[in-house]
Structure formats: structure tokens, C-alpha cells
Ligand binder design. Structure first.
Ligand code: CUA
Length: 174
């Protein structure tokens, strides 16, 4: 292979390598979705469609009594702003980001969940006693990072509202 051919070869490789960089939604996003399987989520669909549609956020109780919390992290808030969960019950958290990388933490606990756009982060939480925890972002995510605060209320199990199918628990219901 002479230098001319090598140069053409390298330029071709470079041109091909640049395609994914300019075709994020055509190439990268579907590829990442395929690789990540069920944990993939389109950040542009949040609030509007799918699992993270507005009225599916918050605390959901399954028929078997299991508790799932769905949240969205975005610059610079957590949605819903106040989460209500029962004490002494395992809580399955599912959260994703609408924009930057965030990290959901509850002050006074060891929980710290990294949240990335395009993927669903899952965690198993359990709070032994009733109380109120400040929910904070622990990953620098921009100018409003230090104001990215919300709340978690843990109520005694028998004070947690009985939720109908499709109903979501929130702090106002308490
Ligand atoms: Cu979100 Cu820092």
C-alpha cells in the first residue's frame, strides 16, 4: 500500500467515524437503546408518553402491595417535588434524566443514585422509620445545581393512603 492509498483509506475511515457524531438520533440512540435493552428511554418522550408520562410519576402501589416510585430529574428539579412512601416497605425506584447527569440522594441516608439521560436508573430503597428527608442532587449539573432540592416523606405504613389502580401517592394526599 503506497502513501496515497493509505491516505485515502484513513480519510474514508475518518469520514465514516464522523457519521455517528452527526446522526445521534438516527444511529447512536437506537444502537444505545438496543444495547441497554429495557432500561433505555428517550429523554424527549419524558412527561409526554411512555412510562414517564406526567400522571405516571410518583408512588404507585401494586396489587401485591409492592411500592414503585417513578421520578424525573431535570435541570434543576426532581419531579414530583415531594415523594411519599410508607415506612418499613421496600420501595422500587425508577428514575431517569431529561437532560444532564444528576445524582439523587436523600440527606441522612446512604442512598445515592446516579441519573443519566437515555437510561432508567433503578434502586431498591427502604426506610425503617417515618421522617422527612431532604432530597438533593449530588452531581454538579449546571448553574442551578445547588438549588436542586426536593423532599421525601416517609409515613407509617398504616397512614399511607390506599391507592386505587392507576392512582399515584403524593405528599398532598397525606
Ligand atoms: Cu442535578 Cu446537580
Amino acid at each position: 500500500m503506497n502513501w496515497r492509498k493509505l491516505r485515502i483509506f484513513l480519510l474514508t475511515v475518518l469520514a465514516l467515524a464522523l457519521i455517528p457524531a452527526t446522526r445521534y438520533y438516527q444511529i447512536d440512540a437506537p444502537l444505545l437503546g438496543y444495547l441497554k435493552g429495557a432500561r433505555a428511554v428517550d429523554p424527549l418522550s419524558l412527561h409526554l408518553a411512555g412510562e414517564f408520562v406526567e400522571n405516571n410519576l410518583g408512588t404507585e402501589q401494586g396489587a401485591d402491595g409492592s411500592v414503585t416510585v417513578r421520578m424525573i430529574a431535570q435541570q434543576y428539579l426532581f419531579i414530583p417535588h415531594c415523594i411519599l412512601v410508607p415506612a418499613g416497605v421496600p420501595v422500587h425506584l425508577r428514575i431517569t434524566s431529561a437532560d444532564a447527569v444528576h445524582s439523587l440522594a436523600f440527606n441522612g441516608t446512604d442512598y445515592n443514585v446516579k441519573v443519566l439521560p437515555g437510561t432508567i436508573s433503578e434502586a431498591q430503597l427502604q426506610f425503617g422509620n417515618p421522617g422527612e428527608f431532604k432530597t438533593v442532587c449530588r452531581e454538579f449539573c449546571g448553574a442551578g445545581h445547588y438549588a436542586m432540592r426536593s423532599e421525601l416523606k416517609v409515613v407509617p405504613r398504616d397512614q399511607f393512603p390506599v391507592l386505587r389502580v392507576g392512582e399515584r401517592g403524593n405528599c398532598a394526599a397525606q
